[in-house]
Ligand binder design. Sequence first.
Ligand code: 5AD
Ligand code: SF4
Length: 338
Amino acid sequence: PEIEECVERLSGSGLPRWEDLIALLSLEDEEELQPLFLAADTRRKEVMGEVVHLRGIVEFSNYCERNCLYCGLRQANRQLQRYRMTDREILDAALTVQEAKVATLVLQSGEDSFYDTMKLCRLIEKIKGETGLVITLSMGERPREDYEAFREAGADRYLLKHETAVPALYRRLHPDSRRENRLMCLKWLKELGYETGTGCMVGLPGQDSAALAEDILLISSLKADMAGVGPFLPHPQTPLASCTAGTVLTTLVVLALVRLTCPAIHLPATTALSVLHPEGRMKALAAGANVVMPDFTPPAYRRLYDLYPGRTSVPQDPLSTLRTLESELNRCGRTLLI
Ligand code: 5AD
Ligand code: SF4
């Protein structure tokens, strides 16, 4: 009964109560958590409906100038073969997204200054002009002027996960970026009229229930339009190789709590969750998620976008992903937005 009261209070309007978040984040029994998942699924249905939105991702460069401790793309990982897609290859991948009737393209990369402001603006204009796709960018921290130029060139949305809301943990994990700057970037993006996405990892070393409650409150206070929430998975070629992975259950709890506290937010079922569990995607879609992001990076490059282990071995030909997803969704009365 106490669990139901926490869920009830968090479903209401007004600021989420810290004690309620902590109480639910501390539960580890899947049975006990059912009222939470049910409430999140109901809320998703009421506010976002039965459609699942699709975003086609193209990972156009795996070069990165940063050294985030958890990430396989970190510059210090010399074992990774690096690639950059040409403008032609990126445009072709965008056309594939369009042919698959996916309305939104996500252009993602490491922080790679090879693609300077001019290059990216020309690329965005060209893709917008030839495909008319909604363009989402996900390429890290940039100066405000760059965000402004990309917006003028035709970019509509930007994803920049806050990764963790806790200052000390953020500092430990990011030797070359500052939390303040990241939050400043998110503020700029909002000001410039981008639909803005943030999000975090779940199960980072040193991240407790209170840290996750902070993540949820930050997502809510940023008024983010989207939040990517996925489990941390230790990558063997990083300093966090020997750490424990996040769990499916805790990730689902965070997703459900984000849905309750930010009812109209777009929440993807992340690939990282599919890596952790074969039914990860459907579990997320039943706990508040309403977005799926199939990968349209050409296969030869896809296996090199090695953020975390297992990612590159998930069979993810985008068209077969879409077919499987469609039949899974139809079975539970939901539809793909085509
Ligand atoms: N486990 C899970 N997610 C990761 N990311 C990077 N490394 C990992 C990892 N080891 C995610 C981060 C980042 C995005 C590029 O990939 O959340 O935002
Ligand atoms: Fe680079 Fe992003 Fe990976 Fe950090 S998380 S190393 S910025 S690709």
